[in-house]
Design a protein around this ligand. Sequence first.
Ligand code: HPA
Ligand code: ZN
Length: 330
Amino acid sequence: MHVPKAELHLHIEGTLEPDLAFALAARNGVELPYADTEELRRAYLFEDLQSFLDLYYGLMAVLHTEADFEELADAYLARAAQQGVRHAEIFFDPQAHTARGVGIGTVIEGLGRALDRSVERHGVSTRLIMCFLRDESAESALATLDAAKPYLHRITGIGLDSAEVGHPPVKFREVYEAAAALGLRRVAHAGEEGPPEYITEALDVLGVERIDHGLRCVEDPVLVERLVRDRVPLTLCPLSNVRLRAVDVLESHPLPAMLSAGLMCTVNSDDPAYFGGYVGDTFHAVHEALGLGPEQLRELARNSFLASFLEDDEGLRERYLAEVAAYEFD
Ligand code: HPA
Ligand code: ZN
């Protein structure tokens, strides 16, 4: 679905398509434990978040050079453009690479090379959000922020991802305070598999401006009231929720009820190479499975630009919002 939209919840490592994974494996002399792309695709049957993360981190072994990261990001931006994405705020997981001996500068400069040409090549404006792995230590997150200091001109904000349960937001209070002092914007995954209390804690302790996922807020009416009142954006990822079994089937996703409750919802693809669709496909899927009509789809698109970190270019945000308003659904 081509309505102009911003993508706000997208892990660049989750855009690694099987074809590119095998091409990079060959180029870098990496042996993958799959015979071919078909066998790899057959492994994409996930039980939960952790079973996905095991495969996701494993496949990253093919990413080594700046050129690899540039190619990964450029391939995503080309696909995103075809799906109506006009602006993308892209997550990356530096610790998943530095732990394998790949320098943080290689990661950021490689991604940065693709992002620098994105407007000209693909018509997609971009921002970069550096995520910390919440199943690693707080000290490791602080060391990562420190290592990123020479590259802060490329980074708009920080996020928190990976295995959620047992790793509450409060564990990362210090690194979020340090990032805020550096002028970085703050988001965090919360309420994907973790309880609604993690959403409250991310807001109160980490000072986040958006909640990534936030699905489980629906279990706590008082929290929903707060999120509605404060217009806290939620970056929902319905296809991810189905694949990682947060919901049984897309038809039972609470998105329509969340919109009706007045929550500021956006829809996003999360890890599109693994979860069966990019964000245009996701818009199409929620239209088909949940019966969302033009006005709700327009609201989702509008919310995506309202929730994006475009404070440094309000003119661009206005142009995007005007495009959303003028879009004709067929
Ligand atoms: N949740 C947490 N961590 C992640 C995800 C996700 O959906 N995708 C990539 N890292
Ligand atoms: Zn995510």
